[in-house]
Design a protein around this ligand. Structure first.
Ligand SMILES: Cc1ncc(COP(=O)(O)O)c(C=O)c1O
Length: 386
């Protein structure tokens, strides 16, 4: 016997039941979800590269040359020349000594934190960090201390009270739900004072923040010890990566279990990602994305939704609160052909539901104006704004 059915029923009764929506067209700014054409305002394909012809050709070339499956873990038979080439490309792009590819960003976070933080380590972790950071903390033997979201005073107080001999400060750079950007500059300063390692998750920053899309270190003009990222968002492929000094990467190859014990990514995925990085560096996609972010924030302010007109984050949450209301508004938008999902507990706290809107470089002003007009009407009808 088990109680899984009862647990599932409880999830449904609390209106927290999640269902998948299925796409039947590529992930461009317009796609087809559940048989309906929609303007996509929720994709992490920030630079529109997922369905790019050059990226797709590169992926296919990778498969044609090396086959589909990699056939082994990285330390056995799964490391191809292509993996090395991509790691060198990422290291150069991120301006660090070395890089290591993991199969997902999730696995990179879990692998880094759990392999580095033994029982002698303290882990200072932002309260809104991504689930993969939280799970990495749980898997590690270190002692986790959660500090208030992006609150440097609280972080400083917590570290100085303990004054640990060994430890890390770990944070998302662009927070995956709230969309704000961590104060990496001050985090690095505090880490230096207490001789702690900085671990920064650039999942939503790579290819996005900084004028060249190089991520949070370039954006803040400071050096963090370990940068984690994903290839699944702006890079529009799959996989995760870690950038750090050579000795740290060497250690991870030997100790990170989520790196060691999993089959390497397909050569197609890797070759596609290499092309994506080339396009990020050689085209104006990052600039277009940035202009769109500024534009929509300005328009949101005009209709009474608080937004940072100088903001650089592609994730723009619209706070709703009530779970049912957030779901209803998302549904009304879908009926108008706009897809902005409602995000509910446990991804965000109870009664703090949001509409999570994301911006792509491929949106144009007409798309964004349309979103603002429909959003305004629906939010007024639902008494969220006046
Ligand atoms: C901040 C953050 N870190 C890590 C991940 C995990 O990356 P991946 O999808 O490659 O597992 C995500 C999202 O998926 C994320 O939003």
């Amino acid at each position: 016997m088990n109680d899984i059915k009862e647990k599932l029923q409880t999830i449904k009764e609390k209106n927290l039941y999640r269902e998948m929506r299925y796409l039947s067209k590529p992930q461009d700014k317009y796609t087809v979800i559940d048989k309906r054409q929609v303007l996509l305002m929720s994709s992490n394909n920030y630079l529109g590269l997922a369905n790019n012809e050059e990226v797709k050709k590169s992926a296919i070339d990778g498969i044609n040359e090396f086959g589909l499956g990699s056939g082994g873990s990285r330390l056995t038979t799964g490391s191809y020349d292509l993996h090395k080439k991509l790691e060198e490309k990422i290291a150069k792009f991120k301006n660090c000594e070395a890089a290591l590819i993991f199969n997902t960003g999730y696995m990179a976070n879990v692998g880094v934190i759990s392999s580095i933080c033994d029982e002698n380590y303290y882990i200072f972790s932002d309260e809104l960090n991504h689930a993969s950071i939280i799970d990495g903390c749980k898997l590690s033997k270190g002692k986790t201390i959660v500090y208030k979201h992006n609150d440097m005073k609280d972080l400083y107080n917590k570290i100085s009270t303990i004054n640990p001999a060994k430890g890390i400060i770990v944070t998302d750079s662009v927070f995956s739900m709230d969309g704000d950007i961590a104060n990496i500059h001050d985090i690095v300063k505090i880490a230096k004072e207490f001789n702690l390692l900085t671990v920064v998750d650039d999942a939503h920053a790579t290819g996005v923040v900084d004028k060249n899309g190089r991520g949070s270190s370039e954006y803040f003009n400071c050096k963090v010890d370990i940068t984690i990222g994903t290839l699944s968002k702006a890079v529009a492929s799959e996989g995760g990566f870690v950038c750090a000094d050579e000795y740290i990467i060497d250690y991870l190859k030997n100790k990170a279990r989520s790196f060691i014990s999993s089959t390497a990514l397909s050569p197609g995925i890797i070759n596609g990602a290499i092309k994506s990085f080339e396009l990020i560096e050689s085209t104006d996609r990052v600039k277009k994305l940035n202009n769109n972010i500024k534009y929509i924030n300005k328009k949101l302010n005009e209709i009474g939704i608080e937004a940072d007109e100088n903001g650089d984050s592609p994730i723009i949450p619209i706070f709703i609160g009530d779970e049912d209301l957030a779901m209803d508004i998302s549904k009304s938008l879908l009926e108008k052909g706009i897809y902005i999902p409602a995000i509910r507990y446990p991804t965000v706290p109870l009664n703090k539901s949001i509409l999570r809107m994301t911006i792509m470089s491929t949106h144009n002003k007409e798309d964004l104006d349309l979103v603002i007009n429909e959003l305004k009407q629906i939010l007024i009808e639902n008494k969220v704004i006046k």
